[in-house]
Design a protein around this ligand. Structure first.
Ligand code: GLY
Length: 302
C-alpha cells in the first residue's frame, strides 16, 4: 500500500487463473498501461483522461480479455462491456454487450456527454456509429484477435483508477466478459456501484472477477460506504473480494483496485493472478505485480 500526494494511478489486467506462459506479457502490459496513463497525469491531465488512456492501452493488447483480446461468447461472437465514472460530478458512461468496436472504453467516454448512463447491444453500437467511431465486423474483430489461452468460463476485466493533480478521482473498466457467455450477457463492469465507482468526496474503485457475484454484492457501492466510514482502502477491498465465494460459490473470485480521496492506494484479490501496475508522482518508476505476495517481497519495481 502506498500513500500519495500529487497524482496516483493504479491499473490491473484482470483477476484470472495463473498461466506461467503469460506472466511476462501480463507484466509488460500493465507496465505499458500505467506508463501511458501516468504520462497524462504528470502533464496535468485529468484523472478521467488518464483512466481512459490506460484502459485503451490494455484494450489494444491481446493478452487481456478486453478490446482486442476479448473472448468469444456462446455463439462465437464478441460482445464487450466497459464503464467510466468521473468523481468530480458522478457522471458515468457505460456500454454493455457492445459489438463491432475496438475500444469500448472510448464509446463509454462519448456517452458521458449524454443523459443516458448505459447503452447495450445494438443501441450501443448504433451510438458509436452515430458518433463517428470506426466499426469493424465480427469477422474482422475475430480475425484480428490474437487469442490468449482463456479457459472456458474464464472471466476477467481490465481496469484503472486515478487521482489527478487537482484532487479529482476517476475509475474505469473494460471486458470481453466470460469465455462462452450467453449472447447478451452483461456482468459487473459497466455498472456503477457494481464493478466501479468514483466520488471525489470518498474515493474510486474498480473490480474484476465473477461479474454476477460482484453485481449481487454491489461491491463498488460497499467500498464507498466503507471508505466513507474511514476504512483503509486495501482492507475494504480485501473484505469485499473475500465475500465472493460465500455468495457465488467456490469458483467465485476476483480482485479490486482503489484510491481513497486522500491518495491512499490499495489492492487485493483472491484470484490466482491479478496483474497490477502502480505509479504515483512520488515514485521513480512503475511497480508491477502479478500477485499480492510479490508486493511484500519487494515486487517487480521497474
Ligand atoms: N468481471 C467481468 C465480467 O464478469 O463480465
Amino acid at each position: 500500500m502506498a500513500q500519495s500526494e500529487g497524482w496516483s494511478l493504479i491499473v490491473h489486467g484482470g483477476a484470472k487463473p495463473w498461466d506461467p506462459a503469460e506472466e511476462q506479457a501480463n507484466r509488460d502490459g500493465v507496465d505499458q498501461a500505467v506508463r501511458a496513463g501516468a504520462a497524462v497525469l504528470a502533464a496535468g491531465g485529468s484523472a478521467l483522461d488518464a483512466v481512459e488512456t490506460a484502459i485503451r492501452t490494455l484494450e489494444d493488447l491481446p493478452i487481456f480479455n478486453a478490446g482486442r483480446g476479448s473472448v468469444p461468447n456462446q455463439a462465437g461472437g464478441i460482445e464487450m462491456c466497459a464503464g467510466l465514472m468521473d468523481g468530480r460530478d458522478l457522471s458515468a458512461g457505460a456500454v454493455g454487450a457492445i459489438r463491432e468496436v475496438r475500444n469500448p472504453i472510448g464509446v463509454a467516454r462519448l456517452l458521458m456527454a449524454e443523459k443516458e448512463v448505459l447503452l447495450v447491444g445494438e443501441g450501443a453500437t448504433r451510438f458509436a456509429k452515430d458518433k463517428g467511431v470506426p466499426l469493424a465486423s465480427q469477422q474482422e474483430l475475430l480475425a484480428e484477435a490474437e487469442k490468449h489461452a482463456a479457459t472456458e468460463g474464464q472471466h476477467d476485466t481490465v481496469g484503472a483508477v486515478a487521482l489527478d493533480q487537482a484532487g479529482n478521482l476517476a475509475a474505469g473498466t473494460s471486458t470481453g466478459g466470460i469465455n462462452g457467455q450467453k449472447v447478451g450477457r452483461i456482468g459487473d463492469s459497466p455498472l456503477p456501484g457494481g464493478g466501479l465507482y468514483a466520488d471525489n468526496h470518498i474515493g474510486a474503485v474498480c473490480f474484476s472477477g465473477d461479474g454476477e457475484t460482484i453485481t449481487r454484492l454491489a461491491l463498488a457501492g460497499r467500498i464507498m460506504a466503507s471508505l466513507e466510514d474511514g476504512e483503509d482502502v486495501e482492507k475494504a477491498i480485501a473484505k469485499s473480494v473475500a465475500k465472493l465465494p460465500g455468495t457465488g460459490g467456490a469458483e467465485a473470485d476476483g480482485g479490486g483496485i482503489g484510491i481513497r480521496k486522500d491518495g491512499q492506494i490499495g489492492w487485493a484479490h483472491n484470484s490466482p493472478m491479478f496483474a497490477v501496475g502502480m505509479l504515483t508522482s512520488r515514485m521513480s518508476g512503475p511497480a508491477v505485480y502479478l500477485h499480492k505476495s510479490e508486493e511484500a517481497e519487494g515486487g517487480a519495481r521497474r
